[in-house]
Every structure is written in structure tokens, then in C-alpha cells.
Design a protein around this ligand. Structure first.
Ligand code: DP6
Length: 329
């Protein structure tokens, strides 16, 4: 019996992944860029156990079956094939943040699962290999493997579609102030959403400018240029939501309080506060600013009707092991 435990952070996409070229392997239609979120994490323990008759999954204390278990089992199967192992595994995973509401819990979950499962199976993967493995569980999970500010290159196949760090966590003292306006599990998850992207007449236009936006975002990060980051991050977010709203069927993730926060952020910026917003596949708004403005931004966000809760996160590190595997003969 072998056990390993790993921890990884969710990430917030500055340049979004929305739409697949190849859905089974999560090969994206375009590259994306994100920042890992320190302080928020998934912790996952994997134990390969010769006495188990099937894989098991316990998520936040609840025994899971159906689709979530199947998804985890598929990743475990890949690891078993890589390691030449035939044992089933017990997986226990906990998140310290609300699931399914625009903070990508699948990203941190599959990054931590990949590292824990590979280690428990006795195989050592380098960062690229681990990122590729995590990608097959959830696309954005490949970005939770490396540290800090991370780019996922679309690549032209499984071997070249992985994420790498553009800059370490301490490179830029940005803070993500997450305005939670709803903790309800989202009605349409990202996996179904990706499949709808091409049904929007706007997706082709969005993809046409994707390489340019990636360049602008990478440059803004490397130059610590907040105004440059603001322009490209809000544009990319709005383009993705425009695609979502115009797909068939349409996806509208915004709630009235989502829009209230977006308007407030734009107003504050016009009054001189350097701040910008981005939103993933949910109603919650990620408000970015530098750490010197954090107190002011969170105080203002807390005043907006409909903002139920605030989380803040600095740039986070890489996926890591929490303990070395315990082997029981
Ligand atoms: C809107 O990576 O969650 O957060 O690969 O199906 O698990 P699956 O999708 P997922 O999609 C992320 C969508 C997004 C944008 C992003 O994080 O880039």
C-alpha cells in the first residue's frame, strides 16, 4: 500500500481557456495565462491499496459516486498505465474554498490529484509531464502545477500542451480580491461550456485575437504594467463572456451583484484607483489590485449590496507534496 498527499492552489485566468480543439485530452483552442491563488488550496491524498475492488473518492468529507468519481478514476487509470500498476486507489480531497462558483476548484483538485497519484504510484514526473497529466483531468489544472504567473501553451498535441511559469509568485505583489456574490454550485460546468463555445458566432473572432492578447498579458506581467494588464484582462474576460452569452444554448453566469461589482471597479479606476476585474465560469468577481491598495479595495467591495463574502489571495506557489509516501509492505 502506498500513500502520498499533495497540495495545490486554484488559479485565476487573466487570459481565458474557453473551447477545445480536442475535448478528450483537453487540448485548448488557444493558450491562456493565470495566477495561482495563495492561501486557497486543495489537499489530496491518494492511497493505492491491493484490497480495494474499485477506486473511491471522498470530497470534503462526502463519499462521491457517479461523474466526479468517473473523472477521478480516468486520471488514476492514466497513472496506473504509466506506472504499470493494477491496484485501485482511495482518494480523499479537501478544499478550503467554496466549490463550483467561479473559483476553479477542478484546477487545484486535479493538480493535487496528479501529483499525489503519480507519487503514490512510484513514478517521478517532471513539471511538464505533471502539467500534461493534470490537463487531462481538467484543462486549467495544468496551470496550477507550476508556480506564480503561469502560461499554458496550446501546443499542437498532447506532448506540447502544458503550462510553465512566466514569473515566480514574488515577482509582482498583485492581490486577487474575490467578491463572492453566490456560493451556489454553477448550473453549467466548464466542461459542458467548452463544448458550446464553437456554437457562438463570436468564438472565431475571439480566437483570432488570442495570440495577441497572450503576448500583451505576458508583457504586462513581465513589466509589472498594471494599466496594460487591466486593458487585456478585462477585454479577454468580456470576450469570453460574450461567447458564453451567445452560444447555443446561451450561458449567462452574471448575477445583478456581478454587474454591480464590475461597474464599481470601472468607476473606482476612473477616480484613480488602479484596479481591474475578471470573471471565470461563475458569478463571482475577481478584482485585481496591487497589495498597497488591498485594504481600500476590500473595504469598498464589502459595501456593495450582494457581496456576501470576500476572499483575498496573493500569487501562489507550485503544486507540492506535503509528505513523502508511506509504504506498507
Ligand atoms: C472559465 O479547466 O474548468 O475558468 O477542462 O473541462 O475542467 P475542464 O474546464 P476548466 O475550464 C476553465 C474555464 C475558465 C477559464 C480558465 O480558467 O481559463
Amino acid at each position: 500500500m502506498t500513500t502520498a498527499t499533495a497540495q495545490s492552489h486554484p488559479n485565476i485566468a487573466f487570459i481565458k481557456y474557453w473551447g477545445d480543439r480536442e475535448p478528450l485530452l483537453h487540448l485548448p483552442a488557444s493558450g491562456s495565462i493565470s495566477m495561482n491563488l495563495d492561501g486557497l488550496y486543495s489537499r489530496t491524498q491518494v492511497t493505492f491499496d491491493p484490497t480495494l475492488a474499485a477506486d473511491q473518492l471522498t470530497l470534503d468529507g462526502k463519499k462521491m459516486s457517479g461523474a466526479p468519481l468517473v473523472r477521478v478514476s480516468k486520471l488514476l487509470e492514466r497513472v496506473r498505465q504509466m506506472a504499470g500498476l493494477r491496484q485501485f486507489a482511495a482518494v480523499t480531497s479537501n478544499n478550503n474554498f467554496p466549490m463550483g462558483a467561479g473559483i476553479a476548484s477542478s484546477a487545484s483538485a486535479f493538480a493535487a490529484l496528479s501529483l499525489a497519484a503519480a507519487t503514490a504510484a512510484g513514478i517521478t514526473l517532471n513539471e511538464q509531464e505533471l502539467s500534461r497529466l493534470a490537463r487531462t483531468g481538467s484543462g486549467s489544472a495544468c496551470r496550477s502545477v507550476p508556480a506564480g504567473f503561469v502560461e499554458w501553451q496550446a501546443g499542437d498535441g498532447d506532448a506540447s500542451s502544458y503550462a510553465f511559469s512566466i514569473a515566480p509568485p514574488d515577482y509582482w505583489d498583485l492581490v486577487d480580491c474575490i467578491a463572492i456574490v453566490s456560493q451556489v454550485h454553477k448550473p453549467t460546468g466548464s466542461s459542458e461550456g467548452h463544448a458550446l463555445a464553437d456554437s457562438s458566432p463570436l468564438q472565431a473572432a475571439r480566437l483570432e485575437g488570442a495570440t495577441r492578447r497572450l503576448e500583451l498579458c505576458r508583457k504586462a506581467i513581465l513589466e509589472r504594467d498594471f494599466a496594460g494588464l487591466t486593458d487585456v484582462v478585462e477585454l479577454d474576460c468580456n470576450l469570453m463572456h460574450a461567447v458564453m452569452m451567445t452560444s447555443a444554448p446561451p450561458l449567462l453566469y452574471w448575477q445583478p451583484a456581478t454587474l454591480a461589482v464590475m461597474h464599481a471597479v470601472v468607476d473606482w479606476r476612473q477616480d484613480g484607483l488602479p484596479v481591474c476585474y475578471t470573471i471565470d465560469a461563475g458569478p463571482n468577481v475577481h478584482v485585481l489590485c496591487s497589495s498597497q491598495h488591498r485594504a481600500q479595495v476590500t473595504a469598498r467591495l464589502a459595501q456593495i449590496p450582494g457581496v456576501e463574502r470576500l476572499l483575498t489571495a496573493r500569487p501562489g506557489g507550485a503544486a507540492r507534496l506535503l509528505e513523502s509516501p508511506i509504504s506498507t509492505p
